[in-house]
Design a protein around this ligand. Structure first.
Ligand code: G1P
Length: 296
């Protein structure tokens, strides 16, 4: 069955305060992960899963994002003149990656509020939401598996990952029941960032969702929650508990995920991705070994 889902929504209005001063005049989504801005990995992932229409929820200071997914005529002409085909391809690659759209989130009032800003664009179709702080290794399947489940169950599908119970309080956490499929669970309840030691399980939400359009009405009626923000997790909880629009299922991801949300994880993500690159890995790996020996 061909998927009905064509639209991806990527919230990108955050201020990136954890990376100041780097993010003083530049969106955090443009921070390079090796040599590509973090946001491009996420857009590429959406496109690889067959989504052709990408809506970025932006805010003030985010024009660099629009420029990145547009032509850079002067730069392109310059590289062409020099015959630097390799770099020209790198520059041009993001121009036509997807049909890009932008809407602003005036007041950053939480992830649920950001998703609500996509309502007019999305309309009455299921759609995907991808959070930019989570990078999923392109060799591991997640989003297309979620879309497949959405098509099959006509329900909302969220991505879950088993995490160390010590860190469960940093995520939305699901109460789950098994289904007939080994990598799919039914979600019966959710809690956004539970107090340490109180998480109902170690199944954490990682930033991929395939949502039913019914989420918009639910979000509209969702009161501010954790951090006084409108939380997507709270709206999904309402959906799961009342079994609205097919309820909520989780696809359990067991692949490679890189967190770029804070400085330490960002550095780890860059090192992990760089050692595997053909152009950098062969030199970086022995250097890293030598360097780590000096730390003992
Ligand atoms: C958001 C969600 C949270 C989820 C997390 C995954 O939180 O609210 O439920 O577990 O993304 O990265 P954030 O990390 O943006 O605060």
């Amino acid at each position: 069955m061909a998927s009905r889902i064509t639209k991806a929504v990527i919230p990108a209005a955050g201020l990136g305060t954890r990376f100041l001063p780097a993010t003083k005049a530049m969106p955090k989504e443009m921070l390079p992960v090796v040599d590509k801005p973090a946001i491009q990995y996420v857009v590429e992932e959406a496109v690889a899963a067959g989504l052709t229409d990408v809506l970025l929820i932006t805010g003030r200071n985010k024009t660099a994002l629009e420029n990145h997914f547009d032509r850079a005529t002067e730069l392109e002409a310059n590289l062409e003149k020099k015959g630097d085909v390799d770099r020209l391809h790198k520059v041009e690659f993001s121009n036509d990656l997807a049909d890009m759209h932008y809407v602003r989130q005036g007041d950053p009032r939480g992830l649920g509020h950001a998703v609500l800003r996509s309502r007019m664009h999305v309309g009455n179709q299921p759609f995907a939401v991808l959070l930019g702080d989570d990078l999923i290794d392109e060799r591991d399947v997640l989003l297309s598996r979620m879309i497949e489940e959405q098509n099959k169950r006509d329900a909302t599908i969220i991505a879950l990952m088993e995490v160390d119970p010590e860190v469960a309080h940093m995520y939305g956490v699901a109460t789950i029941e098994a289904t007939g499929s080994p990598d799919v669970v039914r979600v019966t309840d959710l809690v956004e960032k539970p107090a340490q030691g109180t998480a109902p399980s170690n199944y954490a939400i990682i930033g991929r969702y395939v949502l039913q359009p019914d989420i918009f009405d639910i979000l509209d009626n969702t009161e501010p929650g954790k951090g006084n923000e409108i939380q997507l997790t709270d709206a999904l909880r309402t959906q799961a508990k009342n079994n609205v629009a097919g309820g909520v299922y989780g696809v359990v991801f067991r692949g490679r995920r890189y967190d770029t949300g804070d400085r330490l994880d960002y550095i780890k993500a860059i090192v992990q991705l760089a050692v595997e690159r053909e152009d950098l890995g062969p030199e970086l790996r022995p250097w890293l070994k030598e360097f780590s020996a000096t730390l003992e």
